[in-house]
Design a protein around this ligand. Structure first.
Ligand SMILES: Cc1cc2nc3c(=O)[nH]c(=O)nc-3n(C[C@H](O)[C@H](O)[C@H](O)COP(=O)(O)OP(=O)(O)OC[C@H]3O[C@@H](n4cnc5c(N)ncnc54)[C@H](O)[C@@H]3O)c2cc1C
Length: 383
C-alpha cells in the first residue's frame, strides 16, 4: 500500500493546481455571472493536454487512467466547478465510452478531435419522463437502410450547446424489457434534425450550460452505433461508474475551496477582540471539514484505482459519490456559517460554492440512487 502520489502524478497535480489558481479561481465568479465559460479557459486546458488526459496516446491523448483524472478534477473544481464539470463530462462520459466501446473507425474519427479539444463531448441519457429510471427512456432510433432515424427529447445535456460529439442513448427495440432494447449512438449535433433547445437557469455551476435537445427525424449513419445493438444500457451504466468518480472528485474540490475560504475568513474576522479562529467552536468546524475531505478523497482514489485495474467498481464509485457529495454540502454549509452574514452575500466566494456544491448530490445519480446501488451490491453479494 502506498498513499503517496508518484512523481508523475505530483507533477500533474501541481500543474492543474497552478492553472486553477492563476486562471480559474479569478474567473469563477465571472463564469457564474455570465452563465458561460471564457473560451480561453477551454483553449488553455486543451494546450495543457487535459482534454485528452484519458484518451490513448495513439489518438493524441495522454493515455492516463482514472486516478490521474481524479487528481486533476479535484484541483480544477477547487478553482471553478463549472469548468470542472465540463472537463469531467468530456473525459468520463464521452471520451471514455468511445475509447472502451468504439471500433477503430470511430476511434480514428472522434478521439483525436476530443483529445486536442477541437470538439467538446456531451452525454445525453436523461429525458423529461426518465431521470433516475433512465431505462424508461422514450427517445427512439429506427432503422432506415444503413441509417438510424432518431426521434425524441433529451434534457439536462451538460455542454450540449457547445459540444461537437454527443453520446445519445435511444430505444432500438420496444419488444424487450426496457433496459435490453437501448443502443448508444455517436451523434454530431450539427446533423439535420438535432435541435439544441432551451438552456436551463440553474442554482449553481452556472458557467456550464445544460440544454434540452430535440431529435426530429435526425438521420445518424449506421457507422455511428457505439458497441453492440441493444447493448447500450450497460454502456450507459458502466460510463456512469466512471462519471461518478469524476463528480465525487468535483465534490472534493469544491469542499476544499470551502475550507480554503473558511480558513482565510476566520483568520481575519475578529469578534470579542480576537480572530474567530481562536474560538474552539470554529476550530472544530475546520477540523471536521478537513477530516471529511481527506476521507472522501480516499474513497474517490480507491474507486478510481479499481477502475484502472479493470476491476468492478460500481459500489465503490457509488460510495465515493454518496460520501463526497454529502460531505461537500456539509463543508459548504459550515463554511458559510463561519462567514456569518457576510457568507450570505455575493461579496464572498462561499456564496457561489454553496450553490455549486448542491448539484453534486443530484447529477449522475441522485444521493438515494447511490444508496440503492450500494445496497443492491451488498445484498447480491450476501455481504
Ligand atoms: C445541472 C444538471 C446537469 C445534468 N447533466 C446531465 C447530462 O449531461 N446528461 C444526462 O443525461 N443527464 C444530466 N442530468 C440529469 C441528472 O442525471 C438527473 O437530474 C438525475 O439523474 C435525477 O433525475 P431527475 O432529475 O429526473 O430526478 P427523479 O428521478 O425524478 O428523482 C427525484 C427524487 O426522487 C428520488 N428517487 C427516484 N427514484 C428513487 C428510488 N427508486 N428510490 C429512492 N429515491 C428515488 C431521487 O433520488 C430524487 O431525490 C443533469 C442534471 C442537472 C440538474
Amino acid at each position: 500500500m502506498d498513499f503517496q502520489l508518484n512523481e508523475e502524478l505530483e507533477l500533474l497535480r501541481n500543474m492543474a493546481r497552478d492553472f486553477a489558481e492563476s486562471e480559474l479561481k479569478p474567473r469563477a465568479a465571472k463564469h457564474d455571472r455570465q452563465e458561460a465559460l471564457d473560451p480561453e479557459v477551454l483553449a488553455q486546458m486543451s494546450e495543457l493536454g487535459l482534454m485528452g488526459l484519458t484518451i490513448p496516446e495513439e489518438y493524441g491523448g495522454a493515455g492516463m487512467g482514472n486516478l490521474p483524472l481524479t487528481v486533476v478534477l479535484e484541483e480544477i473544481n477547487r478553482g471553478c466547478a463549472a469548468t470542472g464539470v465540463t472537463l469531467s463530462v468530456h473525459n468520463s462520459l464521452t471520451a471514455s465510452p468511445v475509447t472502451k466501446w468504439g471500433n477503430d473507425e470511430q476511434k480514428r474519427e472522434w478521439l483525436p478531435r476530443l483529445a486536442s479539444g477541437e470538439i467538446l463531448g456531451a452525454y445525453a441519457l436523461t429525458e423529461p419522463g426518465s431521470g433516475s429510471d433512465a431505462a424508461a427512456m422514450s427517445t427512439k432510433a429506427e432503422r432506415d437502410g444503413d441509417d438510424w432515424v432518431l426521434n425524441g427529447t433529451k434534457i439536462w445535456v451538460t455542454t450540449g450547446s457547445m459540444a461537437g460529439l454527443i453520446v445519445v442513448y435511444a430505444r432500438t427495440d420496444s419488444s424487450v424489457p426496457k433496459s435490453k432494447g437501448i443502443s448508444a449512438f455517436l451523434v454530431d449535433p450539427a446533423l439535420e434534425g438535432c435541435r439544441i433547445g432551451k438552456k436551463e437557469k440553474k442554482v449553481g455551476i452556472r458557467g456550464s450550460p445544460a440544454v434540452e435537445i430535440e431529435f426530429v427525424d435526425c438521420r445518424v449513419s449506421g457507422k455511428q452505433l457505439l458497441g453492440e445493438l441493444n447493448r447500450g444500457f450497460p454502456i450507459a451504466l458502466d460510463t456512469l461508474d466512471g462519471g461518478r468518480i469524476g463528480i465525487a472528485s468535483q465534490a472534493v474540490g469544491i469542499a476544499r475551496a470551502c475550507l480554503d475560504e473558511a480558513l482565510k475568513y476566520s483568520a481575519v474576522r475578529e469578534q470579542f477582540g480576537k480572530p474567530i479562529n481562536s474560538f474552539q467552536a470554529i476550530q472544530w468546524k475546520l477540523a471536521d471539514m478537513s477530516t471529511r475531505i481527506d476521507a472522501a478523497r480516499l474513497l474517490v482514489q480507491k474507486a478510481a484505482w479499481l477502475r484502472d485495474q479493470q476491476q468492478p467498481c460500481g459500489r465503490e464509485a457509488a460510495e465515493a459519490k454518496l460520501f463526497a457529495s454529502v460531505m461537500a454540502n456539509y463543508c459548504a454549509d459550515e463554511s458559510l456559517q463561519i462567514h456569518g452574514g457576510a457568507g450570505y452575500t455575493d461579496h464572498f466566494e462561499v456564496e457561489r460554492l454553496f450553490r455549486d456544491a448542491r448539484i453534486t448530490e443530484i447529477y449522475e445519480g441522485a444521493t438515494d440512487i447511490q444508496r440503492l446501488v450500494i445496497a443492491r451490491s451488498l445484498i447480491s453479494q450476501g455481504a
